[in-house]
Design a protein around this ligand. Sequence first.
Ligand SMILES: [Zn+2]
Length: 55
Amino acid sequence: MPKDSKTSKTNVAARQEAKAAVQLCRFCGNKIDVVMTLSLSGRKQMVRRCCGAKV
Ligand SMILES: [Zn+2]
């Protein structure tokens, strides 16, 4: 994706939409925390966490 201002504005809107659609834990029903982590190979990973474990 090219990094110009128009695209980033679109990305912000898309992120807000994604935030609005919150996923709920299938075990406790709370919102799932999504954490950005770096894998050993240096890639970004989205890890969903709740109830002390990966969901
Ligand atoms: Zn949970």
